[in-house]
Design a protein around this ligand. Structure first.
Ligand code: 6PG
Length: 246
């Protein structure tokens, strides 16, 4: 049995190989979830890294029971759903438009609304969908910023201590082009059955090495260091991100 306290770390030569492996794991997990619970609740990550995985899921569309798959997002930028910086827009182009997914199975964050309003609306969506005490996301996909942020949970943000709300408005640091965001909190992330991080590129190496070193002092610095799903945590890394342990 996997141990979320001891994450699996898998290293691949490049993003293509990383995406292929993550696609296979995601497909197997979704098939099992549907077989066991007649549903797979899959949370998509934003950013650029997961796009190739989404394209591969679409290329292998015949392997997934799409009528039983429900898509959610871990975060969204406060832009319209057809904006080039929208996480939904990227997933729509790479995956949703390519597979026979019923429209009612796509649970988009309504980030065109004011951030607080969008967060409250999405909280209602998630609370309704995961109403049962044991109801939980089957798989959450996450990326990692070079500063160690994940979803739109940024280093040293007070949101890291949010214990009750599953969705909150967030503000990215000044260096980010789009600062107003909506993000799930650790309360939701850690409810997931399984959680995969997809991380590629040498710019992520320092954050990865510090997070995997599990230095308790870094729990405030790296939101990703506080992620602990119920059953299984897997880091899918390319050589650039992993480097060699210091
Ligand atoms: C977002 C993502 C964010 C992303 C990281 C990594 O909305 O930006 O949710 O957490 O996963 O910033 O982004 P890249 O994959 O583009 O490096």
């Amino acid at each position: 049995m996997a141990d979320p306290l001891n994450p699996e770390v898998r290293v691949y030569p490049d993003l293509e190989a990383l995406s292929r492996a993550a696609t296979e794991e995601t497909t197997r997990l979704a098939q099992r979830a549907v077989a066991e619970r007649a549903c797979c609740a899959l949370f998509l990550s934003g950013g650029k890294t997961p796009k190739r995985l989404y394209q591969m899921l679409a290329e292998g569309r015949e392997h997934l029971p799409w009528e039983s798959v429900h898509l959610f997002w871990g975060d969204e930028r406060c832009v319209p759903p057809d904006h080039p910086e929208s996480n939904y827009a990227m997933a729509y182009e790479a995956l949703i438009s390519q597979v026979p997914l019923p429209a009612e199975n796509v649970h988009r964050i309504p980030a065109e609304l004011p951030a607080e309003e969008a967060a409250e609306a999405y909280e209602r969506t998630l609370r309704a969908f995961f109403a049962g005490a044991s109801a939980a996301p089957d798989l959450i996909l996450l990326g990692l910023g070079a500063d160690g942020h994940t979803a739109s949970l940024f280093p040293k943000d007070s949101l890291l201590h949010e214990r009750s709300r599953w969705v909150k408005a967030s503000v990215a640091p000044a260096e980010y082009a789009i600062r107003r965001r909506v993000t799930v909190t650790l309360a939701l992330l850690n409810r997931a059955r399984q959680l995969f991080f997809l991380v590629a590129g040498a710019d992520k190496r320092r954050a990865i090495q510090q997070i995997l070193a599990k230095k308790r002092a870094l729990l405030e610095t790296y939101p990703a260091a506080r992620v602990q799903p119920q059953e299984r945590l897997v880091w899918f890394l390319d050589n650039g991100a992993r480097g060699t342990m210091a």
